[in-house]
Ligand binder design. Structure first.
Ligand code: MG
Length: 379
């Protein structure tokens, strides 16, 4: 049986691009473990993430639209799956390590609290002076510390490469960039994330009728998609047309990313993962033209979706839930269940409450709010 995993490693050795991360060369785990008989280290990491509690919670966490607003909007879970799909397409085309990509993509949003952006802003405000809160840092904290599924170690004991792949976004990480391990796989996931949320937030915004069609006119990526569609299907109805336009948009972005990155890596002349560490600037990128068009679309979404009064209402309501819960727990920790009280002893009241709330789904936070504040609700 052992031969199966070894055969997979050998196959990676010969098949993958020279700058792809090889599972046989992983720097390993914080707690050394015996290798699996049939799965490579990154396949094992991916499976651990899928079977984690934090992963299942993504189902009831908000992306942009609060879950009870409608059944067809993206949740954190479907966003995560779309990100993973796009990242794997990129990885397959560039002959990267798809298992590493999948593991990073599936874990990339584990640290988000309830109510989407509201969770991030409320918790970071409440944790000022108490160590702060940032969802990317929280994702690491979950996989390194908070998941309690294994008797031999805290967290999921993931490989170095997956954990490094989860370190991104916040400024303080960029400051230490030179010390970080870089991979095309991890930076590919970052871009896949951006493609996924840009396209699906546009799709959800159209569905929710927050975006009027006329407003989208002048947004170049949208115009280009519509021009193509109207030539091919002159009599197409708005709903199928919008769905087709979103598909075209994703395809355009992914194709541009693949082609630009492929040429970029070729030009850099990188021959190994070690070479990647010396590169200044990005490893994965859009062409200059696409970057501009993408920025234009992002600005549009900001003004018309993220700032839409209904999204602002959802955000504000979410923040209120979080603040009320946070303050109630900190004031009277006796209200916390024993499992959370144990963490209070270990991490202090603020961090324990922050971890507890960050782990909540929208639904749980709403129920908990009722239990704490509505007089006739069962506790
Ligand atoms: Mg994401």
């Amino acid at each position: 049986m052992k031969k199966i995993r070894e055969a997979l490693e050998t196959e990676e050795e010969t098949r993958l691009a020279p700058y792809a991360v090889r599972s046989g060369e992983s720097r390993g785990r914080a707690w050394p473990e015996k290798e699996h008989e049939v799965r490579t280290v990154f396949q094992r990491d991916r499976d651990r993430i899928i079977h984690s509690t934090a992963f299942r919670r993504l189902q009831y966490k908000t992306q942009v639209f609060v879950n009870h607003e409608g059944d067809h909007y993206r949740t954190r879970l479907t966003h995560t799956i779309e990100t993973s799909q796009i990242a794997r397409s990129l990885g397959r085309a560039l002959v990267l390590n798809e298992d590493l990509i999948e593991a990073i993509a599936l874990a990339h949003d584990l640290g988000h609290g309830p109510f989407g952006h509201a969770g991030q802003s409320a918790l970071s405000e409440l944790m000022q002076g108490h160590g702060g809160f940032e969802h990317n840092v929280q994702a690491l904290r979950i996989v390194e510390e908070l998941e309690e599924s294994y008797p031999d170690f805290p967290g999921l004991n993931l490989t170095f490469e997956v954990r490094e792949g989860l370190k991104k976004h916040p400024e303080n990480f960029f400051a230490q960039r030179s010390k970080r391990f870089r991979s095309v796989e991890a930076e590919g996931v970052d871009h896949a994330d951006e493609i996924a949320y840009t396209c699906h937030d546009l799709d959800d915004g159209l569905r929710a009728e927050m975006i009027a069609e006329e407003e989208l006119r002048g947004t170049r990526l949208w115009e280009e998609a519509l021009n193509y569609i109207h030539k091919k299907y002159p009599r197409i109805e708005p709903a199928p047309r919008n769905r087709l336009a979103i598909r075209l948009l994703i395809n355009q972005l992914v194709m541009d990313l693949i082609e630009t990155t492929r040429r970029h890596l070729e030009k850099l002349g990188v021959k190994s993962v070690k070479d990647l560490q010396k590169v200044q600037g990005p490893l994965v990128l859009f062409s200059p033209g696409m970057t501009k068009k993408m920025e234009q679309l992002r600005r549009f979404l900001h003004a018309h979706v993220y700032q839409h009064y209904r999204v602002v209402r959802m955000t504000d309501k979410g923040q209120r839930f979080i603040r009320c819960l946070f303050e109630a727990y900190v004031k009277k920790p006796g209200q916390l269940a024993p499992s959370v009280r144990k963490r209070v002893e270990k991490d202090g009241i603020y961090r324990a409450v922050c971890d507890y709330i960050a782990g909540m789904t929208d639904r749980f936070a709403q129920d908990e709010y009722k239990r704490l504040f509505e007089p006739f609700e069962r506790v």
